[in-house]
Design a protein around this ligand. Sequence first.
Ligand code: AMP
Length: 401
Amino acid sequence: MNILVINAGSSSLKYQLLNPDSGELLAKGLCERIGIDGKFTYKPQIEGKAKQDAVDVAMPTHSEAIQTVLNALVDPVNGVIGSMKEIDAVGHRVVHGGEAFSKSVLITDEVMKTIEECIPLAPLHNPANLTGIRACQDVMPGVPMVAVFDTAFHQTMPAKAYMYALPYEYYEEDKVRRYGFHGTSHKYVAGRAAAMLGKDPSELKLISCHLGNGSSVTAIDGGKSVDTSMGFTPLAGVLMGTRAGDLDAGILQYLMKKHNLTIDQMLDVLNKKSGVQGVSGVSSDFRDLEAAGHEGITRAALAVDMFNYGVKKLIGSYAAAMGGVDAIIFTAGVGENSISQRMAIASGLEFMGVKMDAAANNCRGKETVISAADSKVKVLLIPTNEELMIAMDTAAIVSGK
Ligand code: AMP
C-alpha cells in the first residue's frame, strides 16, 4: 500500500509518498511559491533516480502543485511508481480539529464542513489545509482522503487539564480551552516507546518531550494524552525558538500601555521576537546558542538554561499528575540531536528514579535507550516521524482496521 501524505500551507505544499507497512519512503519534496510563480523540489529515495531542486514550474493554484507532484511520481524515467493507481489513499495534515475530532477521519463533505467551522481556532492553517484537500480531490477524484489532526490526540485530556480558569461561558460559547498541538508526533513516539520497551501502551505512563523550534511536552497515561503544555494556541507552554511560552497575562497590559503597542504588535512580539531568540539576542537556533554559550555570551547560555529548566519542570509536574512515570521520551530537532540539553534536562531527576547513561546519550537521531541499565525510569531518544504516523492512520482508516 502507498500513501501520499500532504501538508499544505497557504503558498507551499510538502509531500511524501510512503508505504505505511514497511515504513519505506519512496519520494518526498516540496512545492513553494504557489500562486506567485512556483518552485518544485522532488527527492526520490530510490537509487539512480534524479532529484529536482527548486525548479521553476508554474503553479497558479494548489491544483497545479498537486498535478506537478503526481507527474513527478509517475514519470517514466525518474518516477517511483508506475501509475496513479499505485497511490491507495491520501493523508492530509490538518492543524485544528477543535472538539469535533478526537481521531483521524475519512474526509466527507460533512468533515470538510466541520474543518471549516474550526477555522476561527486556526485562521492561518485550516484554510490552507482545506485548499490542499480540495486540490487533491480535484486532481485525484475517487482516491480516498483522510484528515489527520494535530489536536486530535489531546482530546482525551480531562476537563481539569484542558479548562482555563476564565468565566465558563468563554469555554461554552467561544470554545476557549487547552487543545494542545504536535499530537501526531506525540502519538507516534508513544507508540515507538511501547515497542522499544516491549509493553502495551495501556500499561505505560510516558512523558513525551517534543523539543524543536516549537516545543511541547505531553503526559501520556495508558496510551492517552492526559495533559500537554501547548494551549488554546501553540504559543503556550515552554519557551521556544521565538515564542514566549507561558507568561503572566498582566505583562501584556503593562507593555502595551508603556510602549503604545496594539494587541497585534504585542502578539507579534510574543510569537516572533521572544523565546530563546528574544532572551539571547543571538539566534532562535539552539545550535547557534550552544556555540555562543561556549564563547561566553551569557544571554545565550541563559536562554538555553531557561529552556532546559522549563522542560524539567514540566516533566516533574506531569510525573506528579500521572502518579509516576515509566519513560521519558526526547524527540524533534533538539530532543533528537542535543546531547548536552538532554543531559541538562534529565539530570537532577535522580530523586524520581531517572539515571542517565552519559555514553548511551552520546548519540543523535536514532532510537536509543539513553538511561542507565538500573534507571527506574527509562529515558528514550526517538526520532519523530509525523508523515509515517499520518500514513499509518490513513492506511488503517481506508482498510477499515
Ligand atoms: P525542529 O523544529 O524539530 O526541526 O527542530 C529545530 C531545532 O532543532 C533548531 O533550533 C535546531 O537548532 C535544533 N537542532 C538541530 N540539530 C541540533 C543539534 N545538533 N544540537 C542542538 N540543536 C539542534
